[in-house]
Design a protein. Structure first.
Length: 366
C-alpha cells in the first residue's frame, strides 16, 4: 500500500483548509493511512491515534500494549507512547511541532473527549477544529491492490457459505447455523466476521437485520443468511435466501422478482451514473410488481476497510459513481406474515460497467 501517497493527499487537504494538523481516531481511517492494524475495544478505548501534521512525518500515538504491533505495522512513522495518557503527550507534541490549529474527526470522537480537546486547545492556545470526511473521501475509490484484497475476501466468504450450506439440515437453530458460519470463517483464515452474522428463518427473515435465535429451520420456510468476513483488513458482505426443501410458488415468484431487480440494477452501474438512479431502477421493478412498500431500505452501500461505508446506493444520494468504488447490490422484499427475500452481491464500478466480484452469484438458478 502506498501510505505516503495517501498521507501526502491528506496533508495537501490540511494546507488548503489552513489546518496545521489532523488527529485521526477512526480505526479504518487510521489503518488506511498507516497500515496500523490494532483493533479498538469500542469507541471509548482506543488502540491509538494518528497525528498528521500539514508538513512532515506523522506520529502514531499509542500505549505500551500496542508498541510492538505499531512498530511492525507502521515502523515508517514516528511512534510515540503515552504512559501519562494521550492528552499529556498531545500537549507536548503540539508545542514541539508548533501546531496552532488542530483538526479532529468529529464524527468519530466522543463528546467528552472533544471537550477535553477543546480545553487542551484553550490551555495551549491551539485552535481545535471539528472535521468530517477528510479521509473517507480518499477511501471512496479503491485502487487495484485494495480491490484484489476485497475480491479475496468475497471469494473466501463464498467458500465458507458453500461449506456450511452442505451441512444444513432441518431443525438446526438459527444460532447453531450462525455459530457454524463464524467458526468456519476463522478456521478458513478470516480475521473475524465483518458484522454479526444474520441467520433468519420463516417470518424472522422479514426482519432485515434479524438477530439469530432459537428458531429451528424448516424445509418449507425461507431461510436468509447475511454474512461477511474480514480478510487482510478488507470486508465482504453477501446475502442468500433459499429453502432447504422444494421451493413453493410464492417463494419462486418473489425470488425471481428480487433477482430481476438486482440484475437490472447491476446492468446500470458504471462510472458517471448517479447512485440514486441505480436505486430507482431496482425499486421500480419491485414497486411495479406490487411490493414497493416491502422494500424499505436502500439498494446498497460501499464496502472496504469498513463493511458499511460510502457511497450509498440510495434514493437520497445524488452523487455520481466513480470507477474503483466497491458497492453491494441488495434489493429485498419483506412480508411480516411470510418472511423476507434479500439477494446481495458485491461489484466494482468500472468506466464501462461493473465487475461482479461474486463467483457464485446465481447460486440458486430459479
Amino acid at each position: 500500500m502506498d501510505y505516503f501517497r495517501r498521507i501526502f493527499r491528506i496533508q495537501a487537504g490540511l494546507r488548503r483548509k489552513k489546518l496545521d494538523a489532523l488527529l485521526v481516531s477512526q480505526p479504518e481511517n487510521r489503518r488506511y493511512l498507516s497500515g496500523y492494524s490494532a483493533l479498538d475495544h469500542g469507541i471509548a478505548e482506543t488502540a491509538g491515534v494518528l497525528l498528521i501534521p500539514a508538513r512532515g512525518l506523522p506520529w502514531l500515538l499509542t500505549d505500551f500494549r500496542f508498541k510492538l504491533q505499531a512498530e511492525a505495522d507502521s515502523g515508517f512513522l514516528r511512534i510515540g507512547l503515552y504512559p501519562k495518557g494521550l492528552l499529556a503527550l498531545l500537549t507536548e507534541l503540539l508545542s514541539d511541532l508548533e501546531i496552532r490549529s488542530l483538526g479532529f474527526e468529529s464524527h468519530y470522537t466522543l463528546h467528552s473527549f472533544a471537550e477535553k480537546l477543546k480545553a487542551l486547545g484553550d490551555k495551549t492556545r491551539v485552535r481545535v477544529v471539528p472535521t468530517t470526511g477528510l479521509v473517507e473521501k480518499l477511501r471512496l475509490v479503491k485502487d487495484e491492490e485494495e480491490i484484489a484484497k476485497i475480491r479475496a475476501a468475497v471469494e473466501l466468504n463464498e467458500q465458507v457459505f458453500t461449506e456450511v450450506y452442505s451441512s444444513l439440515v432441518p431443525d438446526l437453530t438459527e444460532n447453531e447455523v450462525a455459530l457454524g458460519i463464524e467458526s468456519t470463517m476463522r478456521r478458513m483464515g478470516a480475521l473475524s466476521p465483518s458484522f454479526d452474522t444474520i441467520v433468519a428463518t420463516g417470518s424472522n427473515s422479514a426482519l432485515p437485520h434479524a438477530v439469530p435465535g432459537t428458531a429451528a429451520i424448516k424445509k418449507d420456510q425461507p431461510l436468509m443468511i447475511d454474512m461477511g468476513l474480514i480478510l487482510d483488513g478488507y470486508c465482504s458482505d453477501m446475502t442468500r435466501t433459499f429453502m432447504l426443501g422444494e421451493p413453493d410458488k410464492k417463494f419462486l415468484t418473489i425470488h425471481r422478482l428480487v433477482r430481476r431487480a438486482q440484475l437490472a440494477a447491476m446492468a446500470s452501474i458504471r462510472a458517471g451514473v448517479v447512485a440514486a438512479k441505480v436505486d430507482k431502477i431496482a425499486r421500480d421493478i419491485i414497486a411495479d410488481a406490487g411490493y414497493g412498500p416491502a422494500f424499505g431500505h436502500s439498494l446498497g452501500h460501499g464496502v472496504g476497510l469498513a463493511v458499511h461505508e460510502d457511497p450509498r446506493l440510495s434514493s437520497r444520494n445524488g452523487k455520481k459513481l466513480q470507477a474503483g468504488m466497491v458497492v453491494t447490490v441488495e434489493p429485498g422484499i419483506y412480508l411480516p406474515e411470510w418472511g423476507g427475500m434479500r439477494l446481495e452481491n458485491m461489484v466494482v464500478v468500472r468506466e464501462d460497467g461493473c465487475e461482479l466480484l461474486n463467483q457464485n452469484s446465481t447460486w440458486m438458478d430459479l
